[in-house]
Design a protein around this ligand. Sequence first.
Ligand code: C2E
Ligand code: MG
Ligand code: MG
Ligand code: MG
Length: 290
Amino acid sequence: RAKSMGHNMYVVYQNTMSDNSNAYLTLGGSFRKAIDEEQFVLFYQPKIRLPDEVVIGAEALIRWVHPELGMISPDSFIPLAEESGLILPLGEWVIRRACRQLQEWREAGYAPITISVNLSSRQFMQADLVDMVRQALEDTGVDPQYLELELTESMLMADAQQSIEKLHSFRKLGLTLSIDDFGTGYSSLAYLKKFPIQTLKIDRSFIHDLGIDGDNDAIVKATIAMANGLSLKVIAEGVESRSQIDSLNGYHCQEVQGYLFSKPLPDVEFRAFMQGYVASPSCSKGVLLQ
Ligand code: C2E
Ligand code: MG
Ligand code: MG
Ligand code: MG
């Protein structure tokens, strides 16, 4: 039923995503079936470069389009997928879908942008993760520099030595590596520098209070300054207002992501967003069509 409704359904479901649907979910066989039947879909949230506000990438965010329950948010089912181990086939599907998406946009003539994919703890611990990603890149012919992986501090800290080796293998493949939700874990920036990462994403809880809470501004400003000093790129997530952009420009933040620009969008709407961005007279330099 979901399929026959086509792409418009996403708009309907987007604002009614159920967050308390855990109780209704039965994983196991139905989850596996959901993977086989492609009940999952990737949405894409634009990443915007500052200060010129060009679209330079997208974060892939998974949704489960459940035949009865509608759109289910990842916070509801990723933990369950972790517990059951089904995160491994699901995670592979996400990587492959993201790679195919990169090729599809390319074939449609869009200027190249990156896609960032979130990894979960169990997936990151998977012994053949690097091989799986290498194979996905090979099979789809994607230039690895356009694929970025988002990891969290706690994932890296679980086994720091092994993490460092794994990250080096990914770097050898040519991928970009990013720390997600930065500031919510326990690691210091100095310690993180032991990991071969390129990007920090400042958690949206810090961005939310920009311009409201002075201490918060100090933390964001200092984090960006230190990251810049360590040659790491900084992205602010959860940007919802122009005044936040003004602050972030003042602190020399390189990229932003948030509802101010767009919610995560299905493929078709993401393309429309990129085109609208070019056409909009208020924006001089959107993504360019080749
Ligand atoms: P995340 O990676 O930190 O993703 C950012 C979350 O913040 C997304 O929620 C996004 O929709 C939301 N967001 C973006 N801009 C704003 C904003 O301006 N305001 C507010 N309030 N929220 C904003 P979403 O899509 O529900 O994803 C939640 C989490 O689920 C993600 O957090 C990520 O940890 C996880 N996740 C999503 N997709 C995947 C996946 O494919 N694999 C894995 N392992 N985890 C995923
Ligand atoms: Mg993320
Ligand atoms: Mg995040
Ligand atoms: Mg998160």
